[in-house]
Design a protein around this ligand. Sequence first.
Ligand code: K7E
Ligand code: CUA
Length: 631
Amino acid sequence: MSDKNDHIKDLGRRHFLRNSAITGVAGASLAGGFGAGAMMGSRPAEAAANNEHHVGPGELDEYYGFWSGGHSGEVRILGIPSMRELLRIPVFNVDSATGWGITNESKRVLGENAPRNGDTHHPKVSYTDARYDGRYCFINDKLNTRVARIRLDIMRADKIVTIPNVQSIHGLTLQRVPRTERVYAAGEMIIPLGNNVQHMDDPSEYWTMMTCLDADTMEIKWQAIVDGNLDNCDTDYSEKYVAASCYNSSRGMTLPEMMGPERDWTVIFNVPAIEQAIANGESTTVGDSAVPVVDAREQAHSGRNPFALYVPTPRSPHGVNTMPPEGKYCVVSGKLSPTCTVIEWSRVDAWFDGSLDDPRDTVVAEPEVGLGPLHTTFDNRGNAYTSLFLDSQVVKWNVEDAIRAYNGDEVNYIRDRIDVHYNIGHIKASLACSRDVDGKYLAALSKFSKDRFLPVGPMHAENDQLIDISGQQMTLIHDGPTYAEPHDALMIRADQLNPSQTYTRDDPYFAETVAMARADGVDLETANTVIRDGNKVRVYMTSVAPNFGLTEFRVKQGDEVTVVVTNLDNIADVSHGFAMVNHGINFEIHPQQTSSATFIADRPGVHWYYCSWFCHALHMEMSGRMLVEPA
Ligand code: K7E
Ligand code: CUA
């Protein structure tokens, strides 16, 4: 498809954003200071010549990919390597196809008055012994300061928690061993403690916190007050630490103020020390919240801070990623510095136990990798891969060689570079956040697609690219247009997930609806009946393709009507939908599921309902009438 002229054109376009970004944001100092390795030329990306990665019609993918949906508020599942989109899991948004945000079951998870949009960034799948166990996916909402848990058997969120005392949850990460018992959520924006209006005009009193949730109950265990804005975070491969990058260590309110310092820091929280202090009663609370809070700010401690280690890190650092399979190092990507900072976890132990004094002595390498390093991922051969936002490249570098170079050896740690299209953010190699890291595929989530796809108006597709990293050189094998704006992704092996094919009748997702029926004396599997309770009317019906158990029901104008549908079909993929015309009601009822929605019958007359999921040759005929008598 491409010829030499296309390539020249491509070079002209790809450097546009890089140059404007350097002059516009980072200033002159950012362009300087490159080692010879960093200047090594890159190969333009070419599509793989052969089709060994092609997944043919009817063939199944090797990996599940979990994609954040960004400001669509959802999480998506892709098949890898085909990059076929398999599912969208609505989380913080409203979804008409499934009825998420419309059904009573989803409203119980979302909260009746909670916002119905979100900004999802960092999906994380739960672990047992640092391996994916396929139980849950956790996801943050940067927009409305929430964390959600998605059950991976039914692919629906079952808990959504609003985090108190902070604004904006950005980084999200999980305890890896012995299993995921804790979820860490990094608060980004700084505000006065308790958002106390007395300090509104005094930014020196603005702070944020790291939050720890119990992964089993989704209750908040504790929060730790910290200096500077928290960005991304990751844990080690023990139960001890969570590290977060911090930008805006100067706690500025404007961009020039935020850009001030040459170094910000990586802050590493000592979880056992924090939890011991709380057990000893050495915590406080903030505002109306009952969550135990410890003070991990530097100025709160006269001697060594027992809760947090602040490692000076250049400059507005962004991604934080622990290197598999043993979790020996943590790589912090420099964003406005052309470097990555490599921290050795055992030296973090040494700092907390007092045998190391200078926080910078936890750093064992600081390779120069290119312009705008945002996130780093890994293969199983000791190599790191860093996304370079400004260079629009992925750079592959060897971690042990970078350590040798830091110690003064003449060694080129850069292994390869590949162009991506364009201005990449997150990057993730297959299984790279787990012990099972296998070094086969790398997803590169590019923020701009410009000329890679047919134009569709001012809003262009994003471009999720797939790169084969199994060889010495990286090979681009797929461009995948995607709807705005995925931030992060991860890949787990297909055998590490075992989703349900149908619901079970005792699923807790609709247990409250079942309890409501029981209180009404209704057996959901047999009854097709209408229960009146004052001006509240509960309509119970079954569905079996192609019939609803009730083809009509009668209510009075102004009644609050709750329709409860139980799908008795027991064959995988035979789903029904219940759609009430002109009432904004549509929801899914999958095999053996019970779903319900409540609305006001505010207009007299005939109102048709119909099945909205294609289920049968007589699907169009699967319908009924709500007859509303005038008040
Ligand atoms: Cu780099 Cu929110 Cu993970 Cu976007 S963040 S890129
Ligand atoms: Cu039931 Cu379509």
